[in-house]
Design a protein around this ligand. Structure first.
Ligand code: GLU
Length: 472
């Protein structure tokens, strides 16, 4: 196995949007392929036509593109004669079905739906599990290609196998049954099609949710019947809702991954976050670039216990990844997320401190938090006075501030200069708040706001003086 080129695949069914669980599997497969200079394939598993949702394939491709999980082969990237969409591979499944028939490992299902239902009911009444193989007919006719085709389990035995995450596993004969290979609509079942494809596409590592562990003996029995080596399985732990007691469902935030794109999360942060949902490289470092993730990723460090979805952590990681961007990129994004009439690059640092994702910029603007930079606030003169100070003192201090600021050259009206002047006056007062509070309030109309020096520098000399003079 180790001597072979690693070939992984992401095999989603186009049945709706992609959530973090799907995408995490894609990411792990991609990381493993990239780490080993291997191949990562995208395969569309659309054999359950009833469940198909229009637009899902485009959605899957867009998700992978956004996250930068480039695939070496896929429905829109294939060499001549190859195809990665199951509904276009029906002949291949038929070919393998015929091989199984020839080997005596497949037979047409002779029963009607009602007959099967009766077998099932009877088993239920007798409180025993329903096993189709107990009703396997002694003689089967030839398959007409119309009836469902069933697998004839070669040996009813226990299976042992090694899972790269869950370790050595085993399951008894009760897990084996004669399942459907090809349905009466001509389409193969997932159970059959994915094995044929994994064989044909030389897949040697399969990562998917831990819910597939229970069916693994069935898959192993098909590999045995066909005479092929199964791939290395690496089942992934469930993703749990915040709190950790139940599996993440739609109600607990299992949403469309592209919604995170719309909210302005960085793809690199999302990749970092998803990588840590069920895996960690050990140590304290949590912010990883894509390149670092590829280097550090290892199947042996995927955890067995459920991974908890924690949106606060995602926000924190995103903020950390924003800090890795260049000044220009940060400015460009912040300005783009602001309404046009608020696009002032002086606001960038104030905004940057308060956001963890780009949509927070839009929300700040919508909430009115930035209004103070665009129009003079309503002022209640009583509120200008700091704690036990007096109105008289307050005006005296403000007068001194105005005078000092008037002396600063307009081109030198910087945070540092304003701070130097204001702090000089504040340090001379009985308490600093006596000077700083009325300035802050006069400029912003708020008790809590960004530093008054910052506000003043953003407003500029004229507007700052005009607001201060207005309250006198
Ligand atoms: N089509 C299956 C799904 O979407 C894929 C499972 C697998 O990776 O084998 O769940």
């Amino acid at each position: 196995m180790l001597n072979k080129k690693v070939v992984t695949r992401f095999a989603p069914s186009p049945t709706g949007f992609m959530h973090v669980g799907n995408v995490r599997a894609a990411l792990y497969e991609w990381l493993w392929a990239r780490k080993n200079n291997g191949i990562f394939i995208l395969r569309i598993e659309d054999t359950d036509q009833k469940r198909e949702v229009e637009g899902s394939v485009e959605h899957i491709v867009e998700c992978l593109k956004w996250l930068g999980l480039d695939y070496d082969a896929g429905p829109d990237k294939c060499e001549p004669g190859m195809c990665y969409t199951q509904s276009e591979r029906l002949e291949i499944y038929k070919k393998y079905a015929k091989i199984l028939i020839e080997k005596g490992y497949a037979y047409p299902d002779p029963y009607t739906v009602e007959e099967l239902e009766n077998f099932r009911k009877k088993a239920e009444e007798e409180k025993r599990p329903f096993l189709y193989r107990e009703h396997r007919p002694d003689n089967f006719g030839t398959w007409d290609g119309i009836k469902a085709l069933r697998f004839k389990t070669p040996e009813i035995k226990s299976y042992q196998w090694h899972d790269a995450v869950f370790g050595d596993l085993s399951a008894g004969p009760e897990m084996l049954d004669d399942f459907v290979l090809i349905k009466s609509d001509g389409y193969p079942t997932y159970n059959f099609a994915h094995i044929v494809d994994d064989i044909e596409m030389n897949i040697n590592v399969v990562m998917r949710g831990q819910e597939y562990i229970a069916s693994t003996p069935k898959y192993l029995s098909v590999y045995q019947a066909l005479g092929f080596e199964p791939p290395l399985y690496a089942c992934l732990p469930h993703i749990m809702a915040t709190g950790g007691n139940k599996k993440l469902g739609k109600r607990d935030g299992a949403k469309d991954v592209l919604d995170y794109k719309k909210e302005g999360y960085l793809p690199d942060a999302m990749v970092n976050f998803l990588a840590f949902l069920g895996w960690n490289p050990g140590g304290d470092k949590e912010i990883y670039t894509r390149k670092e993730l590829i280097e550090a990723f290892d199947l042996s460090r995927i955890q067995v216990s459920g991974a908890q979805m924690n949106l606060e952590k995602l926000d924190w990681m995103n903020k950390e990844h924003i800090k890795l961007l260049s000044k220009e990129e940060i400015e460009k994004n912040i300005l783009e997320w602001l309404p046009e009439d608020m696009r002032n690059s002086k606001l960038v640092s104030v905004i940057l401190e308060r956001i963890s994702k780009w949509s927070d910029v839009r929300d700040m603007a919508q909430s009115g938090e930035l209004d103070l930079f665009f129009k003079a606030p309503e002022i209640d003169k009583v509120k200008l006075v700091y704690k036990n100070s007096t109105a008289e003192k307050t005006f005296e201090n403000l007068q001194a501030v105005i005078k000092a600021l008037e002396n600063i050259d307009e081109n030198n009206f910087t945070v540092e200069k304003i701070k130097e002047i204001l702090m000089d006056l504040a340090n001379k007062a009985e308490s600093r708040g006596e000077v700083l509070h009325p300035v802050r309030y006069a400029l912003s109309g708020l008790d809590k706001s960004p530093d008054p020096f910052i506000i003043a520098s953003i407003l500029g000399k004229n507007e700052t003086l005009s607001r201060l003079q207005k309250v006198m």
